[in-house]
Design a protein around this ligand. Structure first.
Ligand SMILES: NC(=O)c1ccc[n+]([C@@H]2O[C@H](COP(=O)([O-])OP(=O)(O)OC[C@H]3O[C@@H](n4cnc5c(N)ncnc54)[C@H](O)[C@@H]3O)[C@@H](O)[C@H]2O)c1
Length: 305
């Protein structure tokens, strides 16, 4: 059965270009009423322009879909609130938030200006948090919601010259996991996509990959995570070039010095292979999973932890 978003309302931030545009077009083609948010700056976050959001709304309407433009910035509390208010004012509810807006200010750590740091953290990390907070308040009342955030392997795996961006993007993955835990009791899921696609952000960096990495190849994963059918929460998916994979954070079995023992630097060095050994790792879903393991090695009564 084809996934259907009829009678659902989706907000896609940064939907005037690239990936956000593609996500908005797919969700609208499947019946969602879409708030197309875009501030309309350049890829460094300079300037404002209404036409990117307006053009995507026109494209959706020309295809028979329903959409409204919003030009607020995700990076301020007022902007974030206005983006979500636009969904409520236009369509009376909110089912899906895709946190996608983003900019780049790539420089090596020593060359970053304070403005490069603030701009990138504000749009990606603070923006994702603020819009999610406004959306969550509505979804909690509705007892239903789907949040999809956008991280990057630049932060999760690391990439030269992207310390501001990598920090912000890794922060978004942490944000999503906490929202997943807080949302569970309200029927709210929160998942994250790490995309790889040719857009104005990276088109000169992709070399031979450029022709193979289409924005449309990301949107199906986003729409799955945004759908009623989505059966996962707190997870991270890598998507690009037609391939989809799960990224996870694992915890090794580790080394135990003994109850009451204090691991010295020398002991840590001596046991480093054991500490780092991957066989038998687990994939925690909350911090309680690690505390359970600690309770076991400390022989504590789990009920009292
Ligand atoms: N393209 C990739 O391969 C790739 C890889 C990893 C992560 N990402 C992430 O995917 C997301 C989309 O990027 P893209 O490649 O489509 O870039 P893009 O530049 O084509 O689109 C980003 C959009 O966000 C908008 N935007 C920027 N600041 C905003 C703000 N404060 N408020 C509202 N809108 C704002 C821009 O105007 C732009 O239209 C970003 O979060 C980016 O970091 C992209």
């Amino acid at each position: 059965v084809a996934f259907d978003f009829t009678d659902q309302v989706a907000v896609v931030t940064g939907a005037g270009n690239g990936l956000g545009r593609s996500h908005a077009l797919l969700l609208a083609s499947r019946g969602a009423a879409v708030v197309v948010n875009d501030l309309g700056g350049d890829r460094n976050g300079i300037g404002v322009e209404r036409s990117p959001a307006d053009d995507v709304v026109a494209e959706i309407e020309a295809a028979g879909g329903t959409a409204v433009a919003n030009y607020d910035s995700v990076a301020t509390p007022e902007g974030a609130a206005a983006i979500i208010a636009s969904a409520l004012d236009s369509y009376g509810r909110l089912d899906v938030l895709v946190n996608n807006a983003g900019i780049l200010r790539d420089k090596t750590l020593v060359n970053l200006t304070h403005d490069d740091i603030d701009a990138v953290l504000d749009v990606h990390l603070k923006g994702s948090l603020l819009v999610a907070q406004s959306a969550f308040r509505v979804m909690k009342e509705q007892r239903y919601g789907r949040l999809v955030h956008t991280t990057s392997v630049s932060g999760l795996f690391g990439n030269f010259g992207q310390s501001n961006y990598g920090a912000a993007k890794a922060g978004i993955a942490g944000l999503s996991r906490v929202i997943a835990i807080e949302g569970a009791r309200y029927g709210i899921t929160s998942n994250t996509v790490a995309p790889n696609a040719r857009t104005r952000l990276n088109e000169e960096l992709l070399g031979p990959f450029a022709e193979c990495l289409l924005p449309e190849q990301i949107s199906g994963t986003v729409a799955y995570l945004a759908s009623r059918e989505c059966s996962v929460t707190g997870e991270i998916y890598s998507a690009g070039g037609g391939r989809v994979a799960r990224i996870f954070i694992g915890l090794t079995q580790g080394w135990f010095a003994g109850k009451g023992e204090v691991p010295t630097p020398e002991l840590v060095a001596a046991h480093l292979d054991e500490i780092r050994a991957e066989p038998g790792y687990i994939v925690p879903t909350t911090l309680a999973d690690e505390m359970r393991i600690l309770a076991e090695v400390l022989e504590l009564d789990e009920a009292s932890t």
